[in-house]
Design a protein around this ligand. Structure first.
Ligand SMILES: [Mg+2]
Length: 377
């Protein structure tokens, strides 16, 4: 897993687009979460505000929890290992200790119970115990942060599935959450490597036998129904369906018929669904970025997007580059990437070169808790 992976320039652009797309979707949707504001006739803007009183361009818990996974992936780690999972667990806690303005109930319950210095084993056990007690751990909180797993395992789809499920299980025991993470990461991997959107049905075969019929039916549904019908979308399955429905909708339209680039049109459509807008847009944004690349993300978004831990768009690009190539990073890009050691295994494409399932699954943001609790929601 520590070999440098040879990627073409366009593949690296798409790998960077995964994290940028997720972060921009998150920051764009933040202002409209659970109907706090309504997009105007020109579509959503990076207005900030929302339930966490975010600054314009500031990302929320979705990207703040994605960031630790990307950091560990950027160290060339195999995300299935205890060391890697422990590092992610510790970093989740560091973020949580900072008093984030927005955190899901499932995630906060696990972090509260796992202690101040959690290991992956502790978090996974606590998450399982919570599920056994409540029967509910299928919120969208692990899917929203899963995208870096795809970058860490571009050359190893079987390892990707295992890693996605292990990282998901740190907080979400429900098998549907792990399956959704694995399926979404397989799709992202396909888009980064090939430059085309995946047929998710072709990837479902990598899931357990008893999950395949379930997901085939859900993907069919997502492609047949209006994206606007996938609300509420706090449940991981509905969130994935909402994101896939908008991605497919923009992909199936000739670009010349869209008012905006497909990345912008897709995120606008994701936020227009409503409910958990930042999370659905973050999930969709990862796939849109994987297909169209970092260069398709509007510069006006890249300039302003930022968030915990005091990072900006260029930091996401740096981590994405490192995670995807297991190479020297953006400062060596592109000439040094993949130039000196055996290639990875990207054949044939490699080149030289919240109650869960509802808004009530979310903890009221700390900074706005009294205001939120006073509202009917
Ligand atoms: Mg959020």
């Amino acid at each position: 897993m520590d070999q440098i992976v040879k990627l073409a320039t366009a593949q690296i652009d798409r790998a960077c687009g995964v994290l940028l797309g997720a972060a921009c979707g998150d920051a764009l949707g933040a202002g409209y979460e659970f109907g706090v504001a309504t997009p105007g006739p020109e579509g959503p803007r990076m207005i900030g505000g929302g339930l966490g009183d975010f600054a314009p361009g500031e990302w929320t818990d979705d990207t703040s929890m994605l960031f630790p996974i990307a950091e560990v992936a950027a160290t060339k780690a195999d995300l299935r290992t205890t060391d890697a999972l422990d590092a992610i667990a510790r970093r989740f806690r560091e973020w949580y200790d900072g008093g984030p303005a927005d955190v899901g109930i499932q995630t906060s319950s696990v972090l509260d119970r796992a202690g101040t210095k959690p290991t992956a084993e502790t978090m996974t056990r606590v998450a399982a115990e919570l599920h056994q007690r409540t029967g509910k751990s299928g919120g969208n909180g692990s899917l929203m942060r899963t995208a870096p797993v795809a970058l860490a395992h571009l050359g190893d789809p079987a390892g990707l599935v295992d890693a996605a499920m292990k990282v998901s299980a740190l907080t979400h025991y429900d098998p549907r959450a792990g399956e959704a993470c694995a399926l979404w990461c397989l799709g992202i991997r396909h888009a980064v490597v090939t430059g085309e959107l995946p047929d998710l049905r072709e990837l479902i075969g990598r899931l357990a036998d008893d999950a395949q019929e379930f997901w085939t039916d859900r993907i069919d549904e997502a492609e047949q129904r209006d994206p606007a019908t996938f609300t509420p979308n706090g449940y991981v399955v509905t969130a994935l369906q909402a994101a896939w429905a908008v991605v497919k909708t923009v992909a199936d339209v000739e670009v010349c018929e869209l008012d905006n680039h497909p990345v912008v049109a897709g995120l606008n459509a994701a936020i227009a669904i409503g409910n958990d807008t930042d999370t659905v847009a973050a999930i969709a944004g990862a796939m849109l970025g994987a297909r169209w690349g970092a260069s398709a993300i509007p510069a006006e978004w890249r300039r302003v997007v930022h968030g915990w831990p005091g990072k900006r768009a260029e930091d996401l690009v740096h981590l994405a580059h490192l995670a995807a190539t297991k190479g020297p990073g953006i400062y060596g890009w592109p000439s040094q990437s993949g130039s000196t050691t055996p290639s990875g295994t990207l054949a044939p494409w490699s080149s030289r070169t919240h109650t869960t399932r509802r808004s009530s699954s979310r903890t009221p943001p700390r900074s706005a808790r009294s205001k939120t609790l006073a509202s009917p929601r």
